[in-house]
Design a protein around this ligand. Structure first.
Ligand SMILES: [Zn+2]
Length: 385
């Protein structure tokens, strides 16, 4: 059995909104999963040792909104290695909102199905630096039937791409598409706001609410947001997840978070980057969004991390984003950046900084030491034995 003790931890962020910080200074990893949370003295035994040297740990973050093509390449920005760059930003699970940037993507039902199944298969077998890309998200197009969704669900497709990126855009057909996806076991999301660079439609409040998709995508715009007063009505009009994205309107990201906070429903908040986009790929996009919500919105860093962790995992029905017994040992070690105002990762987020990442593990394996993309962390873990 592969066994690793992580000791010397400072803050431990669980990724769970119910208890965002854990009282522990050590974690035990066995065969890629978290097997113990507590004190180092409880976990004596053989195996590797990582000494966190007082830095914080959080679960590998989930980016709920990416648009992959194939491989670690995005044609939108003609950029290679963007997924690996994300791992260097603490994001270890990426969820497709549709493979819409694939050059010449098919729009007929047979082609949509074939692409979804191929994308799901390819990314299940391709994990750059260990990153999990949950792909194969068919964009709803006119002519697709319940049998089409059932066939994809039976073939292993678990998601539907954003409703509104394709030809399905009117109220009744949007409602029907979300219902067909749900019946087939696919989680769904709906584009919200103005048209995107990928050629989507303007999706207004009434249609977004009626769709009842599992996730309202980019409530703060992808990138063009509905007016703030409309966001409030969307959030109040559904009981589903509300996504804020980095590639959206930052002012309205804070507005949406505040509405959820006042409702006592921060468990509905999820975070994505919506990258690649016209603004590019942001390897630190999820952390930057956390920093935005904490510094200008006053959100507790533990809750912000949970939004990009357990909240997303719950709505997406995926196993990631949590530090809990039995969970995959996806761990991000982070600390205040050298020269910043805070003394730990939580203060760094609260002051609007980007914490430095000193190490990332996926499935219990060290995937990177000091991040190539964050500023240097004040405290960096070391592999001690
Ligand atoms: Zn969108």
């Amino acid at each position: 059995m592969a066994r690793t003790l992580v000791k010397g931890l400072g803050l431990v962020f669980s990724g769970e909104i119910a208890a965002p910080r854990l009282d522990a200074d050590a974690l035990l990893i066995e065969d890629g999963r978290i097997a113990g949370i507590g004190r180092a003295s409880e976990f004596a035994g053989e195996g590797a040792v990582i000494d966190a040297r007082g830095c914080a740990v959080m679960p590998g973050l989930i980016d709920n909104h990416v648009h992959p093509a194939f491989g670690d390449w995005t044609p939108r920005q003609n950029q290679l290695g963007w997924i690996e760059a994300m791992v260097h930003g603490g994001t270890t699970t990426l969820v497709s909102a549709g493979e819409v940037h694939l050059p010449g993507r098919p729009r007929d039902p047979v082609g949509v199905k074939a692409l979804a199944i191929a994308a799901q298969r390819c990314f299940a077998a391709f994990r750059p630096m260990g990153a999990r890309v949950i792909a194969g998200a068919p964009v709803p197009e006119r002519g697709m039937t319940q049998a089409d969704y059932d066939e994809m669900g039976a073939a292993g497709v678990t998601l539907m791409g954003e409703i509104g990126l394709g030809t399905v855009r009117d109220r009744d057909e949007v409602v029907e598409a979300a219902a067909m996806a749900r019946k087939a076991g696919l989680t769904s999301m709906i584009h919200c706001g103005g048209p995107s660079i990928a050629g989507s439609n303007l999706m207004q409040r009434e249609v977004v609410i009626a769709a009842d998709a599992d996730i309202v995508a980019h409530i703060n715009g992808g990138p063009t947001s509905l007016p703030a007063a409309e966001l409030t009505k969307v959030i109040e009009g559904t009981s589903r997840a509300i996504e804020v994205v980095h590639n959206g309107n930052p002012r309205n990201a804070i507005h949406a978070m505040n509405v959820l906070r006042e409702m006592g429903r921060l468990d509905r908040l999820v975070i994505g980057t919506d990258s690649p986009a016209g603004s590019g790929v942001q390897p630190l996009g999820v952390m930057r969004t956390i920093s935005l919500l904490c510094s200008l919105g006053g959100l507790d860093p533990g809750i912000a991390i949970a939004a990009a962790g357990g909240n997303t995992a719950r709505f997406r029905k995926i196993q990631a984003g949590r530090i809990a017994i039995g969970a995959a040992a996806d761990l991000v070690f982070l600390d205040a950046p050298i020269g910043g105002a805070g003394t730990d990762a939580a203060e760094a987020f609260a002051f609007g900084e980007l914490p430095g990442i000193g190490m990332v593990l996926v499935d219990g394996e060290v995937r990177t030491a000091r991040s190539r993309n964050t500023p240097p962390a004040a405290r960096i873990p070391e592999v001690a034995a």
